[in-house]
Design a protein around this ligand. Structure first.
Ligand SMILES: [Zn+2]
Length: 153
């Protein structure tokens, strides 16, 4: 039997917890105890769960998920646990290469962001304020992306 996915992996890659999420295997999980449901929607799902308990699962609480390569993995769903474990094994088994990649990529993007900043300065000096705004918006996007990556570390 495969080792379980670690809590660290869940914390690093879990995008969100949802009121309703369909696992890659097709089972739909929903949180009858949480969230702001449209009138009748929760009751509709509860009826489906009563009829088809293997296809509709009332988790009561919000459901955590990880999306990788177009597949949704729902926390606690036994069907994909082994597949998700393989992704974690890949990441952990290649952590030194992944760390090198992240460092190299971050450095490159930092250099590009610096170039954008200098480019914005040149555009402002030339008096083209609309072009400067576009460059600055692009720079903000790069900075936000870098901050997300650094926060994830
Ligand atoms: Zn599943």
């Amino acid at each position: 039997m495969a080792e379980a996915v670690s809590e660290e992996f869940w914390n690093a890659f879990c995008d969100t917890a949802s009121m309703e999420v369909q696992c890659g295997c097709g089972v739909l999980y929903f949180a009858s105890g949480d969230g702001d449901w449209n009138p009748g929607e929760k009751e509709r799902l509860q009826k489906l769960a009563a009829k088809e308990p293997k296809k509709y699962v009332d988790n009561v609480d919000f459901t955590r998920r990880i999306d990788i390569a177009g597949t949704t993995f729902v926390a606690g769903c036994p069907c994909l646990e082994e597949r998700l474990t393989r992704y974690e094994a890949f990441v952990w088994g290649n952590r030194h290469m992944i760390a090198s990649y992240l460092t190299a990529r971050t450095n490159r993007e930092f250099e590009e962001a610096k170039w954008n900043r200098e480019g914005a300065y040149e555009v402002v000096k030339a008096g083209d304020l609309e072009a400067a705004k576009r460059v600055i918006e692009s720079l903000r996007g790069n900075v936000a992306d870098l901050e997300k990556r650094l926060d994830a570390k």
